[in-house]
Write a protein that binds this ligand. Structure first.
Ligand code: PA5
Length: 440
Protein backbone atom coordinates (compact mmCIF):
# COMPACT_ATOMS: atom_id res chain seq x y z
CA UNK A 1 0.00 0.00 0.00
CA UNK A 2 1.28 3.51 -0.81
CA UNK A 3 1.87 6.01 1.94
CA UNK A 4 1.46 9.71 2.51
CA UNK A 5 4.51 11.51 1.17
CA UNK A 6 6.58 14.08 3.01
CA UNK A 7 9.09 16.46 1.50
CA UNK A 8 11.10 19.01 3.37
CA UNK A 9 14.70 18.94 2.14
CA UNK A 10 15.15 22.30 0.47
CA UNK A 11 12.10 24.03 1.87
CA UNK A 12 12.40 23.49 5.63
CA UNK A 13 15.30 25.95 5.85
CA UNK A 14 17.07 24.05 8.61
CA UNK A 15 20.62 23.01 7.80
CA UNK A 16 21.70 19.39 7.89
CA UNK A 17 24.01 19.93 10.86
CA UNK A 18 21.17 21.22 13.05
CA UNK A 19 18.90 18.38 11.89
CA UNK A 20 21.57 15.81 12.77
CA UNK A 21 22.01 17.38 16.20
CA UNK A 22 18.26 17.30 16.86
CA UNK A 23 18.08 13.73 15.61
CA UNK A 24 20.68 12.77 18.21
CA UNK A 25 18.69 14.55 20.93
CA UNK A 26 15.56 12.64 19.99
CA UNK A 27 17.12 9.18 20.19
CA UNK A 28 16.25 8.53 23.88
CA UNK A 29 12.62 9.48 23.24
CA UNK A 30 12.52 7.24 20.17
CA UNK A 31 13.80 4.45 22.45
CA UNK A 32 11.02 5.20 24.93
CA UNK A 33 8.40 5.04 22.20
CA UNK A 34 9.82 1.81 20.82
CA UNK A 35 9.86 0.20 24.25
CA UNK A 36 6.34 1.36 25.01
CA UNK A 37 5.12 -0.76 22.12
CA UNK A 38 5.66 -3.88 24.17
CA UNK A 39 3.93 -2.45 27.22
CA UNK A 40 0.38 -2.08 25.94
CA UNK A 41 -1.39 0.73 27.80
CA UNK A 42 1.06 0.88 30.71
CA UNK A 43 3.10 3.92 29.67
CA UNK A 44 2.49 7.60 29.03
CA UNK A 45 2.71 6.74 25.32
CA UNK A 46 -0.41 4.57 25.61
CA UNK A 47 -1.97 6.14 22.49
CA UNK A 48 0.57 4.20 20.39
CA UNK A 49 -1.09 0.99 21.50
CA UNK A 50 -4.55 2.01 20.35
CA UNK A 51 -4.30 0.74 16.74
CA UNK A 52 -3.08 -2.63 18.05
CA UNK A 53 -5.98 -3.01 20.45
CA UNK A 54 -8.00 -5.70 18.65
CA UNK A 55 -10.31 -6.14 21.62
CA UNK A 56 -11.41 -2.49 21.59
CA UNK A 57 -12.02 -2.66 17.85
CA UNK A 58 -14.03 -5.85 18.25
CA UNK A 59 -16.14 -4.51 21.15
CA UNK A 60 -16.84 -1.35 19.18
CA UNK A 61 -17.73 -3.28 16.04
CA UNK A 62 -20.06 -5.57 17.99
CA UNK A 63 -21.85 -2.60 19.48
CA UNK A 64 -22.11 -0.97 16.04
CA UNK A 65 -23.66 -4.19 14.68
CA UNK A 66 -26.09 -4.33 17.60
CA UNK A 67 -27.19 -0.70 17.25
CA UNK A 68 -27.47 -0.97 13.47
CA UNK A 69 -30.29 -3.41 14.07
CA UNK A 70 -32.27 -0.46 15.43
CA UNK A 71 -31.95 1.07 11.93
CA UNK A 72 -30.68 4.50 13.11
CA UNK A 73 -31.15 7.50 10.82
CA UNK A 74 -28.94 9.80 12.86
CA UNK A 75 -26.36 9.84 15.60
CA UNK A 76 -25.67 12.81 17.84
CA UNK A 77 -22.11 12.91 19.16
CA UNK A 78 -22.12 14.74 22.48
CA UNK A 79 -18.64 15.70 23.66
CA UNK A 80 -16.06 18.45 23.49
CA UNK A 81 -12.37 18.70 22.63
CA UNK A 82 -10.91 15.42 21.39
CA UNK A 83 -14.24 13.65 21.86
CA UNK A 84 -15.82 15.60 19.02
CA UNK A 85 -12.92 16.97 17.00
CA UNK A 86 -11.59 13.47 16.27
CA UNK A 87 -14.70 11.83 14.81
CA UNK A 88 -15.66 15.03 13.01
CA UNK A 89 -12.21 15.34 11.39
CA UNK A 90 -12.41 11.83 9.97
CA UNK A 91 -16.05 12.06 8.89
CA UNK A 92 -15.48 15.32 7.02
CA UNK A 93 -12.23 14.15 5.43
CA UNK A 94 -13.86 11.01 4.07
CA UNK A 95 -17.46 12.02 3.44
CA UNK A 96 -17.19 15.79 3.00
CA UNK A 97 -18.60 18.73 4.88
CA UNK A 98 -22.00 18.45 3.12
CA UNK A 99 -22.40 14.88 4.34
CA UNK A 100 -25.75 15.36 6.10
CA UNK A 101 -27.20 17.25 3.13
CA UNK A 102 -26.67 14.19 0.92
CA UNK A 103 -29.31 12.28 2.88
CA UNK A 104 -26.98 9.54 4.06
CA UNK A 105 -28.23 6.36 5.70
CA UNK A 106 -27.07 7.72 9.05
CA UNK A 107 -26.67 11.48 9.51
CA UNK A 108 -24.26 12.78 12.15
CA UNK A 109 -24.42 15.92 14.30
CA UNK A 110 -21.97 17.18 16.88
CA UNK A 111 -23.10 18.75 20.14
CA UNK A 112 -19.80 20.27 21.20
CA UNK A 113 -20.75 23.58 22.75
CA UNK A 114 -23.45 24.99 24.97
CA UNK A 115 -24.36 27.65 22.43
CA UNK A 116 -28.11 27.46 22.94
CA UNK A 117 -29.09 28.41 19.37
CA UNK A 118 -26.78 25.83 17.85
CA UNK A 119 -28.02 23.13 20.22
CA UNK A 120 -31.61 24.13 19.61
CA UNK A 121 -31.10 23.57 15.86
CA UNK A 122 -29.71 20.07 16.42
CA UNK A 123 -32.49 19.34 18.87
CA UNK A 124 -35.09 20.43 16.32
CA UNK A 125 -33.58 18.20 13.63
CA UNK A 126 -33.53 15.32 16.07
CA UNK A 127 -37.10 15.88 17.10
CA UNK A 128 -38.26 15.96 13.48
CA UNK A 129 -36.72 12.54 12.99
CA UNK A 130 -38.30 11.22 16.16
CA UNK A 131 -41.72 12.58 15.18
CA UNK A 132 -41.33 10.77 11.83
CA UNK A 133 -40.68 7.63 13.92
CA UNK A 134 -37.10 7.40 12.82
CA UNK A 135 -34.37 6.21 15.11
CA UNK A 136 -31.79 8.52 16.68
CA UNK A 137 -28.83 7.41 18.77
CA UNK A 138 -26.81 9.60 21.08
CA UNK A 139 -23.17 8.93 21.88
CA UNK A 140 -22.06 10.74 25.03
CA UNK A 141 -18.26 10.90 25.04
CA UNK A 142 -16.27 12.22 27.98
CA UNK A 143 -13.06 10.82 29.32
CA UNK A 144 -13.46 12.43 32.74
CA UNK A 145 -17.22 12.12 32.65
CA UNK A 146 -17.48 15.48 34.37
CA UNK A 147 -17.14 18.08 31.64
CA UNK A 148 -19.79 20.76 32.08
CA UNK A 149 -20.72 21.24 28.42
CA UNK A 150 -20.99 17.52 27.70
CA UNK A 151 -23.06 16.66 30.74
CA UNK A 152 -25.41 19.63 30.18
CA UNK A 153 -25.99 18.64 26.54
CA UNK A 154 -26.30 14.95 27.42
CA UNK A 155 -29.19 15.68 29.77
CA UNK A 156 -30.98 17.79 27.17
CA UNK A 157 -30.85 14.98 24.62
CA UNK A 158 -31.70 12.30 27.15
CA UNK A 159 -34.84 14.23 28.04
CA UNK A 160 -35.82 14.28 24.37
CA UNK A 161 -35.21 10.54 23.96
CA UNK A 162 -37.19 9.79 27.12
CA UNK A 163 -40.10 11.76 25.74
CA UNK A 164 -40.24 9.71 22.53
CA UNK A 165 -39.02 6.30 23.68
CA UNK A 166 -40.36 6.19 27.27
CA UNK A 167 -38.85 3.35 29.27
CA UNK A 168 -37.01 2.05 26.22
CA UNK A 169 -34.86 5.17 25.77
CA UNK A 170 -31.75 3.53 27.20
CA UNK A 171 -31.38 1.43 24.02
CA UNK A 172 -30.54 4.62 22.13
CA UNK A 173 -27.76 5.91 24.40
CA UNK A 174 -24.11 4.90 24.12
CA UNK A 175 -21.63 6.24 26.65
CA UNK A 176 -17.90 6.34 25.93
CA UNK A 177 -15.81 7.15 28.98
CA UNK A 178 -13.06 5.93 31.31
CA UNK A 179 -13.87 2.67 33.04
CA UNK A 180 -15.12 3.39 36.54
CA UNK A 181 -15.55 7.14 36.00
CA UNK A 182 -18.69 8.51 37.65
CA UNK A 183 -20.26 8.64 34.18
CA UNK A 184 -19.37 4.98 33.58
CA UNK A 185 -21.15 4.02 36.78
CA UNK A 186 -24.19 6.18 36.05
CA UNK A 187 -24.41 4.70 32.54
CA UNK A 188 -24.32 1.21 34.08
CA UNK A 189 -27.13 2.05 36.46
CA UNK A 190 -29.24 3.31 33.53
CA UNK A 191 -28.46 0.27 31.31
CA UNK A 192 -26.78 2.40 28.64
CA UNK A 193 -24.29 0.64 26.36
CA UNK A 194 -20.75 1.54 27.41
CA UNK A 195 -17.44 1.78 25.58
CA UNK A 196 -14.19 2.21 27.44
CA UNK A 197 -11.51 4.84 26.81
CA UNK A 198 -8.11 3.39 27.79
CA UNK A 199 -7.05 5.10 31.03
CA UNK A 200 -3.80 6.60 29.83
CA UNK A 201 -5.06 7.75 26.45
CA UNK A 202 -5.97 11.46 26.67
CA UNK A 203 -8.83 13.13 24.80
CA UNK A 204 -6.76 14.58 21.95
CA UNK A 205 -4.93 11.28 21.46
CA UNK A 206 -8.10 9.18 21.49
CA UNK A 207 -9.55 9.48 17.98
CA UNK A 208 -8.54 5.92 17.03
CA UNK A 209 -10.05 4.44 20.22
CA UNK A 210 -13.80 3.80 20.68
CA UNK A 211 -14.09 7.62 21.05
CA UNK A 212 -13.85 7.95 17.27
CA UNK A 213 -14.56 4.42 16.15
CA UNK A 214 -18.16 3.98 17.27
CA UNK A 215 -19.78 6.93 15.51
CA UNK A 216 -17.47 6.62 12.51
CA UNK A 217 -18.17 2.91 12.08
CA UNK A 218 -21.89 3.51 12.46
CA UNK A 219 -21.95 6.02 9.59
CA UNK A 220 -20.00 3.64 7.37
CA UNK A 221 -16.35 4.62 7.74
CA UNK A 222 -14.00 1.70 7.22
CA UNK A 223 -12.60 1.77 10.75
CA UNK A 224 -10.39 -1.27 10.14
CA UNK A 225 -8.59 0.64 7.38
CA UNK A 226 -8.38 3.75 9.56
CA UNK A 227 -6.60 1.71 12.21
CA UNK A 228 -4.48 -0.11 9.62
CA UNK A 229 -3.27 3.21 8.21
CA UNK A 230 -2.39 4.48 11.68
CA UNK A 231 -0.53 1.28 12.48
CA UNK A 232 1.37 1.34 9.19
CA UNK A 233 3.04 4.67 9.90
CA UNK A 234 4.27 3.79 13.38
CA UNK A 235 7.41 2.01 12.18
CA UNK A 236 8.68 4.90 10.02
CA UNK A 237 7.75 7.39 12.73
CA UNK A 238 9.86 5.45 15.25
CA UNK A 239 12.86 5.14 12.94
CA UNK A 240 16.15 6.39 14.31
CA UNK A 241 17.17 7.63 10.89
CA UNK A 242 15.76 11.11 10.74
CA UNK A 243 15.52 11.19 6.95
CA UNK A 244 13.15 8.20 7.17
CA UNK A 245 11.15 9.49 10.12
CA UNK A 246 8.58 12.12 9.07
CA UNK A 247 7.30 12.78 12.60
CA UNK A 248 10.79 13.42 14.01
CA UNK A 249 11.70 15.48 10.98
CA UNK A 250 8.65 17.75 11.28
CA UNK A 251 9.16 18.13 15.04
CA UNK A 252 12.83 18.99 14.50
CA UNK A 253 11.97 21.63 11.90
CA UNK A 254 9.29 23.14 14.13
CA UNK A 255 11.61 23.15 17.13
CA UNK A 256 14.55 24.58 15.22
CA UNK A 257 12.48 27.48 13.92
CA UNK A 258 10.84 27.96 17.32
CA UNK A 259 14.30 28.63 18.82
CA UNK A 260 14.62 31.43 16.25
CA UNK A 261 11.33 33.05 17.15
CA UNK A 262 9.06 31.33 14.63
CA UNK A 263 6.22 30.37 16.92
CA UNK A 264 3.25 29.81 14.63
CA UNK A 265 2.58 26.53 12.85
CA UNK A 266 0.18 26.96 9.98
CA UNK A 267 -1.38 23.81 8.55
CA UNK A 268 -2.29 24.92 5.05
CA UNK A 269 -4.73 22.41 3.54
CA UNK A 270 -5.38 22.47 -0.17
CA UNK A 271 -8.48 20.37 0.37
CA UNK A 272 -11.55 21.80 2.06
CA UNK A 273 -12.65 18.42 3.40
CA UNK A 274 -9.52 18.36 5.55
CA UNK A 275 -10.42 21.49 7.51
CA UNK A 276 -11.72 19.31 10.35
CA UNK A 277 -8.40 17.48 10.44
CA UNK A 278 -6.79 20.92 10.77
CA UNK A 279 -9.03 21.77 13.72
CA UNK A 280 -8.23 18.42 15.31
CA UNK A 281 -4.51 19.12 14.85
CA UNK A 282 -4.98 22.60 16.30
CA UNK A 283 -6.25 21.08 19.55
CA UNK A 284 -3.51 18.47 19.51
CA UNK A 285 -0.77 21.07 19.20
CA UNK A 286 -2.45 23.76 21.30
CA UNK A 287 -3.07 21.58 24.34
CA UNK A 288 0.04 19.45 24.00
CA UNK A 289 2.61 22.17 23.44
CA UNK A 290 1.22 25.30 25.13
CA UNK A 291 2.67 24.87 28.62
CA UNK A 292 4.26 26.60 31.56
CA UNK A 293 7.73 25.20 32.03
CA UNK A 294 9.24 25.30 35.51
CA UNK A 295 13.03 25.60 35.47
CA UNK A 296 15.49 26.93 38.06
CA UNK A 297 12.70 28.37 40.21
CA UNK A 298 11.26 30.35 37.34
CA UNK A 299 8.39 29.75 34.97
CA UNK A 300 8.66 30.13 31.21
CA UNK A 301 5.62 30.10 28.98
CA UNK A 302 6.19 27.78 26.03
CA UNK A 303 4.11 27.33 22.90
CA UNK A 304 3.77 27.19 19.17
CA UNK A 305 0.44 28.55 17.96
CA UNK A 306 -1.36 26.24 15.54
CA UNK A 307 -3.39 27.87 12.78
CA UNK A 308 -5.38 26.38 9.93
CA UNK A 309 -5.49 27.83 6.41
CA UNK A 310 -7.42 26.56 3.41
CA UNK A 311 -6.33 26.70 -0.19
CA UNK A 312 -7.26 28.30 -2.30
CA UNK A 313 -9.83 30.43 -0.39
CA UNK A 314 -7.39 31.76 2.19
CA UNK A 315 -4.91 32.90 -0.45
CA UNK A 316 -7.43 35.71 -0.88
CA UNK A 317 -7.62 36.47 2.83
CA UNK A 318 -4.36 35.90 4.69
CA UNK A 319 -1.73 35.13 2.03
CA UNK A 320 -0.77 38.82 1.85
CA UNK A 321 0.05 38.72 5.55
CA UNK A 322 1.89 35.42 5.24
CA UNK A 323 4.00 36.59 2.29
CA UNK A 324 4.67 40.17 3.36
CA UNK A 325 4.18 40.32 7.12
CA UNK A 326 6.51 39.19 9.89
CA UNK A 327 8.37 35.92 9.31
CA UNK A 328 6.96 34.11 12.35
CA UNK A 329 5.32 31.07 10.78
CA UNK A 330 6.34 27.56 9.79
CA UNK A 331 3.94 25.99 7.29
CA UNK A 332 2.90 22.42 6.60
CA UNK A 333 1.26 22.32 3.20
CA UNK A 334 -1.11 19.36 2.95
CA UNK A 335 -2.76 18.33 -0.30
CA UNK A 336 -4.50 15.33 -1.82
CA UNK A 337 -3.19 13.78 -5.03
CA UNK A 338 -6.38 12.17 -6.31
CA UNK A 339 -9.72 13.76 -5.55
CA UNK A 340 -13.06 11.99 -5.60
CA UNK A 341 -14.32 14.07 -8.56
CA UNK A 342 -12.83 15.82 -11.56
CA UNK A 343 -14.87 18.83 -12.69
CA UNK A 344 -13.81 20.43 -15.96
CA UNK A 345 -14.21 24.08 -17.01
CA UNK A 346 -16.37 24.19 -20.17
CA UNK A 347 -15.18 25.91 -23.35
CA UNK A 348 -16.77 29.36 -23.72
CA UNK A 349 -14.55 31.51 -25.99
CA UNK A 350 -16.01 34.79 -24.68
CA UNK A 351 -14.71 34.01 -21.20
CA UNK A 352 -11.09 33.59 -22.33
CA UNK A 353 -10.77 37.38 -22.38
CA UNK A 354 -11.32 37.31 -18.60
CA UNK A 355 -8.86 34.57 -17.65
CA UNK A 356 -6.75 32.85 -20.28
CA UNK A 357 -5.94 29.12 -20.47
CA UNK A 358 -8.83 27.89 -18.34
CA UNK A 359 -10.97 26.19 -20.95
CA UNK A 360 -11.07 22.41 -20.72
CA UNK A 361 -8.83 22.49 -17.65
CA UNK A 362 -10.02 20.41 -14.75
CA UNK A 363 -10.48 22.00 -11.32
CA UNK A 364 -7.81 19.67 -9.86
CA UNK A 365 -5.41 20.98 -12.56
CA UNK A 366 -6.23 24.57 -11.68
CA UNK A 367 -5.87 23.82 -7.96
CA UNK A 368 -2.52 22.19 -8.65
CA UNK A 369 -1.33 25.24 -10.53
CA UNK A 370 -2.41 27.45 -7.62
CA UNK A 371 -0.74 25.09 -5.15
CA UNK A 372 2.56 25.09 -7.01
CA UNK A 373 2.32 28.85 -7.52
CA UNK A 374 1.97 29.21 -3.75
CA UNK A 375 4.92 26.91 -3.12
CA UNK A 376 7.09 28.96 -5.46
CA UNK A 377 5.96 32.20 -3.79
CA UNK A 378 6.87 30.78 -0.36
CA UNK A 379 10.24 29.58 -1.66
CA UNK A 380 11.05 32.93 -3.25
CA UNK A 381 10.09 34.69 -0.02
CA UNK A 382 12.26 32.24 1.94
CA UNK A 383 9.41 31.10 4.17
CA UNK A 384 10.06 27.71 5.76
CA UNK A 385 7.70 24.83 4.99
CA UNK A 386 7.24 21.12 4.49
CA UNK A 387 4.89 19.39 2.06
CA UNK A 388 2.62 16.45 2.81
CA UNK A 389 0.67 14.64 0.09
CA UNK A 390 -2.16 12.20 0.79
CA UNK A 391 -2.57 9.90 -2.25
CA UNK A 392 -6.35 9.98 -1.68
CA UNK A 393 -8.85 10.86 1.03
CA UNK A 394 -9.30 7.31 2.31
CA UNK A 395 -9.52 5.95 5.85
CA UNK A 396 -6.07 4.45 5.49
CA UNK A 397 -4.28 7.70 4.62
CA UNK A 398 -6.29 9.76 7.09
CA UNK A 399 -5.31 7.22 9.77
CA UNK A 400 -1.69 7.68 8.75
CA UNK A 401 -1.92 11.45 9.02
CA UNK A 402 -3.54 11.34 12.47
CA UNK A 403 -0.97 8.93 13.88
CA UNK A 404 1.95 10.81 12.32
CA UNK A 405 0.68 14.03 13.95
CA UNK A 406 0.34 12.46 17.40
CA UNK A 407 3.88 11.06 17.30
CA UNK A 408 5.19 14.38 15.98
CA UNK A 409 3.69 16.06 19.07
CA UNK A 410 5.51 13.67 21.41
CA UNK A 411 8.84 14.53 19.78
CA UNK A 412 8.11 18.23 19.84
CA UNK A 413 7.15 18.07 23.53
CA UNK A 414 10.39 16.24 24.25
CA UNK A 415 12.54 18.81 22.42
CA UNK A 416 10.73 21.65 24.20
CA UNK A 417 11.08 19.92 27.57
CA UNK A 418 7.38 19.89 28.35
CA UNK A 419 4.77 17.21 29.00
CA UNK A 420 2.63 16.84 25.85
CA UNK A 421 0.01 14.70 27.58
CA UNK A 422 -1.50 16.97 30.24
CA UNK A 423 -3.55 20.16 30.04
CA UNK A 424 -3.52 21.59 33.60
CA UNK A 425 -4.68 25.07 32.64
CA UNK A 426 -7.79 23.75 30.87
CA UNK A 427 -8.72 22.20 34.19
CA UNK A 428 -8.48 25.71 35.70
CA UNK A 429 -11.32 27.03 33.57
CA UNK A 430 -13.35 23.88 34.20
CA UNK A 431 -13.04 24.29 37.97
CA UNK A 432 -13.83 28.01 37.89
CA UNK A 433 -16.91 27.35 35.76
CA UNK A 434 -18.17 24.78 38.24
CA UNK A 435 -17.68 27.27 41.08
CA UNK A 436 -19.63 29.98 39.25
CA UNK A 437 -22.46 27.61 38.40
CA UNK A 438 -22.62 26.43 42.01
CA UNK A 439 -23.17 29.98 43.27
CA UNK A 440 -25.66 31.23 40.70
O1 PA5 B 1 -7.50 16.58 25.05
C1 PA5 B 1 -8.11 16.62 26.08
O2 PA5 B 1 -7.90 15.79 26.97
C2 PA5 B 1 -9.21 17.64 26.35
O3 PA5 B 1 -9.28 18.62 25.39
C3 PA5 B 1 -10.54 16.95 26.42
O4 PA5 B 1 -10.79 16.31 25.18
C4 PA5 B 1 -11.67 17.92 26.75
O5 PA5 B 1 -11.32 18.76 27.81
C5 PA5 B 1 -12.92 17.15 27.12
O6 PA5 B 1 -12.70 16.40 28.29
P1 PA5 B 1 -13.53 15.10 28.61
O7 PA5 B 1 -13.30 14.11 27.53
O8 PA5 B 1 -13.02 14.63 29.93
O9 PA5 B 1 -14.97 15.50 28.67
Amino acid sequence: MASIQFSYQTSCLVNQESLDELNKRLLPEIDNLQQSQTQAYDTRYAFLNVPQDKKALQCTQELINEKQKLNPQAIIVIGIGGSCLGPRAVQEALFGTFYNAHQPDVAIYYADTVDTDYLYDILLLTEQLLIAQQTVLINIISKSGTTTETIANAQIFIELLKHYYDDEYHHYVIVTTDKDSALWKLAGSKSFARLEIPARVGGRYSVLSPVGLFALGLIGVDITQLIAGAQSIITPCLSKTLAENPAAMAASCLYSHHTRGIDIHDSFFFSLDLEGVGKWYRQLMGESIGKQKKEHNSITRVGITPTVSLGSSDLHSVAQLYLAGPINRFTSFIRVKKNNSDLVVPEYPEYTTLVKSLEKKSLPDIMNAIYHGTIIAYSKTKLPFIEIVLPEKTSYYVGQFLQYSMIQMVYLGYLLGINPFDQPEVELYKQETRKILAHE
